[in-house]
Design a binder for this molecule. Structure first.
Ligand code: SAH
Length: 258
């Protein structure tokens, strides 16, 4: 019987908000059988060699404004690997389909006829506020939340709708555009006294929460840096956690998150 080359494939893996123990079991299983892992700085990076012992690693990380490897190149290289018979894992921070360009990579694989699967991840949009003790919804306080990219300023009509919804607003990649976001929401009628929290570096030892109001957050957050999740709405007033995001039972066992 003729030997056929092993069929390659691509798995888009959500890595969660940072610590390796916030990967899903399915994500860990995919990494365990990966031949090559394309990763960037927001996913779990510390334990990668142990999680993916057979794999070679390619850092395609981007910091805001500095695109290290162009998206087209990442997709093209992953497709080449899969065509060569490799199990290619694209590990992303959070969930692959929340501002992660996972949809483009999936479309590239589909167009090239390469099998592609998606493993969801814990998104920072929900988990990072949670690490600061802020529930994105809360009975009688907020029954909806909207997740917004701060990568580019919103349009006037988007501000109007966002301010008019009355629920929680969660902003990713929003440190650079926070002044224009706040100005746009105020013009659209959002009350100055609405609470705002900026949660930096969730689940790390440098996690920090800055709270203020729509009227005062721009000044209060002048030292805040990416990565950060911004939460706007009355749920901010419910914050109750210790601020480290490391549950006591893990800390007690010496199993501190990265
Ligand atoms: N797909 C990711 C989001 C990618 S956009 C997800 O679902 O979480 C990158 C943005 O996510 C960052 O600019 C920041 O706003 C947010 N982010 C991701 N991890 C974070 C963390 N550990 N702490 C704070 N913000 C984080």
């Amino acid at each position: 019987m003729a030997r056929t080359r092993r069929a390659g494939r691509i798995t888009l893996v959500g890595g969660g908000p940072g610590p390796a123990d916030l990967l899903t079991i399915r994500a860990a299983r995919a990494l365990a059988v990966a031949d090559v892992v394309y990763f960037d700085r927001l996913g779990p990076t510390e334990d990668l060699a142990r999680l993916a012992p057979r794999a070679t690693f390619v850092d395609v990380g981007k910091t805001p404004g500095h695109h290290k490897v162009a998206q087209e190149d990442i997709t093209a290289r992953m497709l080449d690997g899969a065509r060569a018979g490799l199990h290619v894992v694209r590990l992303k921070g959070g969930d692959p389909f929340v501002f992660g360009r996972g949809g483009e990579e999936m479309a590239g694989a589909v167009a090239a006829g390469i099998p592609v699967t998606v493993i969801p991840g814990i998104s920072s949009a929900i988990a990072v506020p949670g690490a600061a003790g802020i529930p994105v919804t809360h009975r009688n306080v907020s029954h909806l939340f909207t997740v917004v990219s701060g990568h580019a300023p919103l349009s006037t009509s988007e501000y109007t709708h966002l301010a008019g919804l009355g629920g929680t607003i969660v902003v990713l990649m929003g440190i650079g555009t926070l002044p224009s976001l706040v100005a746009g929401l105020r013009l659209a009628g959002l009350a100055n006294v609405t609470p705002v929290a900026v949660v930096e570096s969730g689940f790390s030892h440098s996690q920090r929460t800055t709270t203020a109001t729509v009227g005062s957050i721009v000044g209060a957050s002048s030292s805040c840096r990416n990565p950060a999740v911004i939460v706007i709405g009355d749920v901010v007033g419910l914050a109750g956690a210790n601020g480290l995001g490391i549950p006591d039972f893990l800390a007690d066992a010496g199993l501190q998150s990265a």
